[in-house]
Design a protein around this ligand. Structure first.
Ligand code: F6P
Length: 357
C-alpha cells in the first residue's frame, strides 16, 4: 500500500490541478495499491485533519481546470510555531495527522511561504516532495513555476486591450501587474504587451526619468505611452527608506497602490491625466495555458518518480530546461529576483524600453 497526502497552499494559480493529475496518473500507472488523500485548504486541512480520500476518477478531466480541487489558504510560516486560539500546536498536529493516516509522503504544491513550512515539516521528519506553483515565478531553484505563463498571457492581453484605447485617445496608461515583491510577471507581460516603460521592484525608478521617457515619445510624435508597473515597484527615493519606514509610509498613504501615486506625480509634473488598469486576480484565474499544462504534467510525473525512488526532501524544479530534484533546504527562504544586469534587461533596454532608472 502506497499512501500519499496532497495539499495546495498559498495563493492559487493555473495548472495546480494539472500538476496533481500528473502526480496521481504517474503513480497509478506505475505502482500498485495507491491511495491518495487530499487535505483541504492547504496546511489548514493538515492541521485540523480535514481530508478526503481521492478516487482516480477525481484526477480525470482536470487538466484544463483552473483553481484547485482541494481548495487553498494562506497559513503564514511565521505563525506555524505559534499555537492557535485553542492552544493547539500546529506543527505537532500536522505530524499527528500525517502519522495517523500512515502516509508514505506528502506532496505539497506551493510558493515561497509554503516552501518554508514544507522544509520545516521535512526537518520534523516527514517525507516531503514539493512542486513550485505561483504566477510570480519567484521560487529559487527553478527556472519556471507553473501558473506564470498563464498569468503572463492574461496580463499581456490586458496590455493589448489598453493599446487600442490608448492609441485612440492619445493617453498615458498604467497597467498594474501582480508579482508580489518581484517583477517577472510585469517584465514578461510588459514586453509581450508592447509597454513603453516597465517598472519592477528590482530596479527602483526615478519619477523624472519616467517623465523623460514619456516626453521622448511625445517628441517622436507617438500619441500614447503605456507603462507596465509591478504592484511591488518602488521609487529610488522609497528604496532608501528602511523596511519599517516604507511599511509605515504605505500604511499612511492616500494611494491604494504605487500606480496611483505615480499617476498623480505624472499629472502634477506634466499636466497629463493618467488612466490606470489593474487586472488583479484575473491574472490567477481561468484555464492554464498549454505551456503550463505541459510543465505541470512533467513536474507532477517527476514528483511521482521521486516518491517511487523514495528521494524525499526535494522540490521538483526545471533547471536549464531539465526537470530536476532541488533540495528543499536550499529552496526555503530564498527569493528568485530579476538581476538588473541580466541579458534580458540589456536586450529590452536596447529596444528603447525605459525602466525609469
Ligand atoms: O503570490 C501570488 C499573488 O497573486 C501575488 O502576485 C499577489 O501579490 C498576491 O498573491 C495576492 O494575494 P491575495 O490573493 O492573498 O490577495
Amino acid at each position: 500500500m502506497l499512501r500519499i497526502g496532497m495539499l495546495t497552499s498559498g495563493g492559487d494559480c493555473q495548472a495546480l490541478n494539472a500538476a496533481m493529475r500528473g502526480v496521481a496518473k504517474a503513480l497509478y500507472e506505475r505502482a500498485k495499491n495507491v491511495e491518495i488523500y487530499g487535505f483541504e485548504d492547504g496546511y489548514k486541512g493538515l492541521i485540523y485533519g480535514n481530508y478526503r480520500r481521492l478516487s482516480p476518477a477525481e484526477f480525470s478531466g482536470i487538466l484544463t481546470e483552473g483553481g484547485t480541487i482541494l481548495g487553498t489558504s494562506r497559513q503564514p510560516f511565521k505563525l506555524m510555531r505559534v499555537p492557535d486560539e485553542n492552544g493547539l500546536d500546529k506543527v505537532e498536529a500536522m505530524k499527528k495527522n500525517y502519522r495517523r493516516l500512515k502516509l508514505e509522503c506528502l506532496v505539497i504544491l506551493g510558493g515561497n511561504g509554503t516552501h518554508k513550512t514544507a522544509n520545516l515539516l521535512r526537518e520534523e521528519g516527514l517525507n516531503i516532495i514539493t512542486l513550485p506553483k505561483t504566477i510570480d515565478n519567484d521560487i529559487w531553484g527553478t527556472d519556471m513555476t507553473f501558473g506564470f505563463q498563464s498569468a503572463a498571457n492574461i496580463a499581456a492581453h490586458a496590455f493589448d486591450c489598453i493599446h487600442t484605447t490608448a492609441a485612440s485617445h492619445g493617453r498615458v496608461f498604467i497597467v498594474e501587474v501582480m508579482g508580489h515583491k518581484v517583477g517577472w510577471l510585469t517584465l514578461h507581460a510588459g514586453i509581450a504587451g508592447g509597454a513603453d516603460i516597465i517598472l519592477v521592484p528590482e530596479i527602483p525608478y526615478d519619477v523624472d526619468k519616467v517623465i523623460q521617457a514619456i516626453e521622448k515619445r511625445d517628441r517622436a510624435g507617438k500619441r500614447f505611452t503605456i507603462l507596465a508597473v509591478a504592484e511591488g515597484a518602488i521609487s529610488k527615493e522609497d528604496a532608501e527608506y528602511s523596511k519599517k519606514d516604507r511599511e509605515k509610509k504605505k500604511k499612511d498613504s492616500k494611494y491604494p497602490s504605487v500606480s496611483y501615486e505615480l499617476a498623480d506625480q505624472i499629472l502634477k509634473k506634466t499636466g497629463k491625466e493618467v488612466r490606470i488598469t489593474v487586472p488583479g486576480h484575473m491574472q490567477r484565474g481561468g484555464s492554464p495555458c498549454p505551456y503550463d499544462r505541459v510543465l505541470a504534467t512533467r513536474l507532477g510525473s517527476a514528483a511521482a518518480e521521486l516518491i517511487l525512488k523514495q528521494q524525499y526532501g526535494n522540490m521538483v524544479g526545471i533547471v536549464n530546461g531539465r526537470v530536476e530534484p532541488v533540495p528543499l533546504k536550499k529552496v526555503a527562504g530564498k527569493l528568485k529576483m530579476i538581476d538588473p544586469d541580466s541579458s534580458i534587461i540589456r536586450e529590452i533596454k536596447a529596444v528603447g524600453i525605459s525602466f525609469g532608472d
